[in-house]
Design a protein around this ligand. Structure first.
Ligand code: SI3
Length: 347
């Protein structure tokens, strides 16, 4: 059980894109260069086959081969320390199969979204569904992947953690891709008896709100923008942890402005991931087009995206941190001693 209890995601954990060729096949050979690109940034942990990875657009065999490739070129090379795999799908059996495969492949944790076609009406049903998937890989740390904007399943994660912890021994935390910071604070403040820090590993996934989530006690970020603006997101984490909120806000605003460009072009490309893939290509890591129903931008659209990024100064931001700031665990503010602001009275 110590493998489960001791596992922790922290700092910046990119939800990685899935490299594809122009004819829509998976470009497995590109994963080697991609893992090197991320490792050079200071990445230690990655999240595969999630939303950013277009996991729901992939076949089971493709998802398995992506996992195996990342383990071989990422873990075995020493570039990447921990690999978390999203095993959620449209049915429990596929997810159980992916969970078993992930365990055999040697990944470090798995995560799943709830059932999203026949949407569960009660929390108990979600817990039971997750339990059956987690049991397919009982010795692998398990995360609930909360992303209601994509799944349409709104559930209070604090309540989920309390109920699921009684049913799922491998439960270690949640990947919280929702702007509901009220629920998020409730999650981070669930402490184990006589421990000050959170009982669960809470990773936040709305990058444009990361600073606030860290103030609420989050342990870091699993998201898309660390792929393409690592330095900026690293400074959000570090400046927030240091309590330098004016500077942290400047970095967070940079993320927000970049996300607005994603939101401007995402709809016409069939989805925001398509716009993000285009931005990643513009910073030099080309992972090819997305898969239908999304599409790559035309040359004209790519020029427009680049012009909009230029207009906000995107290419002048230091996104290749020399100090690999974010590979250091972001200090969880909740565990920081209160700064003594009392003015020292002259003796
Ligand atoms: C809806 C969505 O794609 N959310 C992204 C965010 O990183 C998002 O791209 C970012 O906050 C910009 O909106 C992540 O939460 C998704 C994620 O973690 C994943 O790809 O597995």
């Amino acid at each position: 059980m110590s493998k489960i209890r001791d596992f922790k995601l922290e700092g910046l954990v990119p939800a990685v894109f899935t490299p594809m060729t122009t004819d829509g096949a998976i470009d497995y050979d590109k994963i080697d260069a991609y893992s090197r690109y991320l490792s050079d940034l200071g990445v230690k942990q990655v999240f595969l086959n999630g939303t950013t990875g277009e996991g729901f657009s992939l076949t089971l065999d493709e998802r398995k081969k992506i996992v195996e490739t990342w383990v071989r070129v990422g873990k075995e090379s020493g570039r990447i320390r921990d690999i978390v795999v999203h095993v959620g799908s449209l049915n429990m059996h596929d997810s159980q199969e992916l969970a078993k495969h992930a365990a055999v492949a040697g990944v470090d944790a798995i995560a799943t979204v709830p059932p999203l076609f026949f949407k569960p009406s009660k929390l108990e049903y979600i817990v039971e569904y997750c339990k059956k998937i987690a049991e397919a890989a009982p010795n692998v740390p398990f995360y609930y992947y909360h992303i209601p904007t994509m799944t349409g399943v709104e559930v209070n994660i604090e309540d989920f953690l309390v109920m699921a912890s009684k049913e799922i021994p491998s439960l270690v935390g949640a990947k919280f891709s929702s702007k509901d910071l009220v629920d998020f604070l409730g999650c981070t403040q669930l402490t184990a008896p006589n421990r000050s820090d959170s009982k669960y590993n809470l990773m936040f996934g709305c990058d444009e709100q990361l600073m606030a989530a860290m103030v609420m006690g989050g342990h870091g970020s699993v998201g898309s923008t660390p792929n393409l603006m690592w330095g900026t997101m690293a400074r959000v984490l570090q400046l927030t942890a240091q309590g330098n909120f004016p500077e942290a806000r400047k970095e967070q605003l940079r993320c927000q402005k970049t996300v607005r460009i994603m939101l401007k072009y995402g709809p016409q490309l069939g989805g925001n991931v398509a716009a993000l893939k285009a931005i990643l290509a513009l910073v030099g890591m080309d992972t090819g087009p997305p898969r239908a129903p999304m599409r790559a931008p035309s040359a004209e659209e790519a020029r427009a995206i680049k012009a909009d990024l230029n207009a906000i100064g995107f290419f002048n931001w230091d996104n290749q941190p020399a100090t690999n700031l974010a590979s250091q665990p972001a200090t969880n503010l909740a565990s920081q001693p209160a700064t003594n602001h009392r003015r020292k009275t002259a003796r």
